[in-house]
Design a protein around this ligand. Structure first.
Ligand SMILES: Cc1cc2nc3c(=O)[nH]c(=O)nc-3n(C[C@H](O)[C@H](O)[C@H](O)COP(=O)(O)OP(=O)(O)OC[C@H]3O[C@@H](n4cnc5c(N)ncnc54)[C@H](O)[C@@H]3O)c2cc1C
Length: 434
């Protein structure tokens, strides 16, 4: 079976085949060419693409295997999404301990990018809640991996970008919560210095912290934004979840341009609802406001968009991120989706895991060709000089040299790559021919 698969940035995708797997007991296809697992395609660039080869569609691996409602340990096939886990587990008082900014993410994809949420300072990343998984290698071996069994392969596969084999099932430790509600506050801040002060103060008491940044602000307003914090809390017994709306068409041009951007950012920053002292959010709008608009990625038009997410060590974070924001505002090439958060000090479990201590900035850029790429290269130069890293899940263009600097364990990792597995990203950053 074949169909064209895209990544979330909707940049032009290479020719590749999508072979859908129906069960965790399926053998790997015997086709020629390389293989790469493909979950819900929520990676932005080419780390979930395999030009010239085949993608293994994992959404057919969609069974719940076991759930212990006393301990919160759940075992599922790797194509089950985090949203589906929440549907089953939340009514029993359990929630994923690390949840990214969309619920449309498979367990396999969450492991392979070692995804993080708004509570990294408290819970670390996805690998920290992972008790173990089963990996099918192309020589037919099925290996159980955990922090203590096949530990090196476990560390290579957490954040391992789908390159070490097919994860068929996984076991997770969920977090005990009182229900679907988050209680917290949101407040405006006027500068990056204020953001870092708020973050340091909020992290002691709040499980979740994150900020939206006005990327159009210049001069003394550079780095202003809205800071949000919250904790799981008791709330009303019932809630009617809003139905998702879908963008009816892909507009012929990006709807994000310098005029709409500056106006939107200013309005969003000043809107009365930006400040709320004692707010009660349902988990869906708190964690996943964008999920309410299905396929919102089409607003960037037919040329798609890039996301840039970097992490910068804390000692230089204010200076470096300030300089990045100044450059982005000058370029007028950014968008309104700009998120800033701090990562805690918990060491990641994966050899290629992106989360590490520091501050992480994520921003979408409509694809305007060479000028966008030049701006992203200049951001890379700043990230590299600061000893930071760029997130492969969000990347479509980092150089091989940058990758090797960001992920110094890449050579040890390469020793665990399955010989039949590859990706467009991996060939690009290891300089193999496409
Ligand atoms: C709106 C939005 C918000 C986001 N917010 C965050 C965030 O807050 N934090 C964060 O960390 N990320 C975030 N992301 C990125 C997203 O969480 C990751 O890209 C995630 O890995 C996507 O999962 P997926 O199931 O779509 O996998 P895909 O994108 O399809 O694949 C991701 C990787 O997983 C591998 N893979 C998939 N299934 C398997 C399997 N069964 N076995 C082995 N490898 C497998 C693939 O080969 C690929 O390398 C966000 C993405 C979007 C669109």
């Amino acid at each position: 079976m074949s169909r064209q698969a895209l990544s979330w940035g909707r940049l032009p995708a290479p020719e590749q085949r999508l072979i859908k797997l129906g069960s965790r007991f399926d053998a790997l296809p015997t086709t020629t060419g390389s293989l790469l697992p493909y979950g819900l395609g929520r990676s932005y660039g080419d780390s979930c693409l395999n030009g010239g080869g085949a993608l293994l569609g994992t959404r057919g691996l969609d069974r719940y295997i076991a759930f212990d409602r006393d301990s919160g340990v759940i075992e599922v096939e790797a194509g089950v999404s985090l949203g589906e886990i929440i549907e089953l587990a939340l009514p029993q008082g359990w929630f994923p301990a690390a949840l990214p900014g969309t619920r449309f993410v498979t367990v396999g994809g969450a492991i392979a990018n070692d995804v993080h949420g708004k509570n990294h300072h408290r819970a670390g990343s996805f690998g920290h809640q992972l008790l173990g998984f089963e990996l099918l290698r192309s020589d037919g071996q099925v290996l159980h991996c955990s922090p203590t069994a096949n530990a090196a392969l476990f560390a290579a596969t957490v954040g391992g970008l789908g390159l070490t084999g097919l994860i068929r099932r996984a076991s997770l430790q969920l977090l005990r919560v009182p229900g679907p509600w988050i209680r917290g506050s949101s407040e405006r801040f006027g500068s990056l210095a204020e953001f870092f002060a708020l973050s340091a103060e909020a992290e002691a008491a709040s499980a979740y912290t994150v900020a939206w940044i006005d990327s159009s602000a210049t001069g003394a307003n550079t780095g202003r934004g809205i800071f949000i914090r919250g904790n799981h809390a008791e709330g009303p017994a019932s809630y009617a979840a809003p139905r998702g709306i879908r963008l009816p068409i892909t507009p012929p041009l990006s709807l994000i341009n310098p005029l709409t951007l500056a106006a939107f950012n200013a309005l969003y920053y000043r809107r009365p609802a930006a400040t709320a002292r004692d707010a009660l959010w349902h988990w869906q709008p708190f964690f996943h406001p964008l999920d309410a608009v299905l396929e919102w990625n089409r607003i960037y038009g037919p040329h798609g968009f890039y996301q840039y997410q970097c992490v910068v060590p804390m000692q230089d974070a204010e200076t470096v991120i300030g300089e990045m924001l100044r450059r982005i505002a000058e370029s007028k090439l950014g968008s309104f989706l700009v998120v800033l958060k701090t990562f805690g000090n918990m060491a990641a479990r994966g050899m290629l895991s992106f989360p590490r201590p520091g501050a992480t900035l994520a921003i979408d850029f409509p694809n305007r060709g060479a000028q966008t790429l030049a701006l992203l290269d200049s951001l890379d130069a700043m990230t590299m000089a600061a000893g930071g890293a760029v997130y492969p899940a969000k990347d479509a263009r980092m150089s091989a040299a940058a990758f090797r600097q960001y992920f110094p364990q890449w050579q040890a990792f390469a020793g665990h790559v399955d010989p039949r597995f590859s990706s467009s990203f991996w060939r690009r950053v290891t300089e193999y021919p496409q």
